[in-house]
Design a protein around this ligand. Sequence first.
Ligand code: HBI
Ligand code: FE
Length: 297
Amino acid sequence: MEDVCSDKVKHGLAAGLATAPQRPDWTVDQGWDSYTTEQHSVWKTLYERQSHLLPDLACDAFVEGMSRLPMSADCIPNFEELSETLHKATGWQIVAVPGLVPDDVFFDHLANRRFPSGNFIRGAHELDYLEEPDVFHDVFGHVPMLMNPLMADFIQAYGKGGLRAQSLGKLTELARVYWYTVEFGLVRQNDGMRIYGAGIASSFSESAFSIQSDSPNRIAFDLERVMRTNYRIDDFQEVYFVLDDLQDLLALAKTEFAPYYERLNSGPTYQPGDILTTDKVPHRGTGNYHRRRTHKP
Ligand code: HBI
Ligand code: FE
């Protein structure tokens, strides 16, 4: 794609106005004009690494979504251009945010098919370190799957469900669903298990680990099981839950969660490394990776 990087910014005035009053929905201008050459080049490094790896590791829907977006290695994409393409495909838009936003604000955006994306990018000296979701995670990781109608509907449903879960005190349980699908989900494809989760797809080391390592468990997705399972935010996952088909997201988007919340009032919570006798386990992991990490001084 050429033309993606030049002559595009119509809101020159907004760039760099950090003191502009905050909007109630926490959105800001992307400020595309203020990205430095170095920031564009961080994008390029990350983009090249991942676009090289993912055709063999990510599911077809991800790779196809990527190819249909006005996005390349050359520069950080412009959210207005992305939104134009995305909106035509699935009715979603990208809005810029300065970092993590409060849960209710996040859910309200999703419920209205607006995907909040960090407008900043990680530094060149910390390519694999993220404290908050940046533009590479949010755009490269999430937007390709938002081109897919199934994921488009599922994330909107999650936004609506999030507001409700919050009022019922069940956000922890619902957030596990998002974590083990939208962020760290794998799906079966005729040629093997593949990535569809953005947290994996945007990570150089975890994209290979999730698919190729012997260490993590890969367990068939089961909603109640997932809602009972803690996750780790500090390292690679010890378990990935695998959908049989992306079509399963359709049923998931339509699921009435109230009966699940009811059942979750009692019963066990599982740790990431647990395997249950009731699990279907396409790959039982060796656990070597996390065992080694635990024993390090
Ligand atoms: N804000 N910008 C941003 N991105 C997220 O992924 C995000 C958020 N706020 C809350 C949140 N995620 C999650 O904690 C909810 O899914 C529960
Ligand atoms: Fe994310």
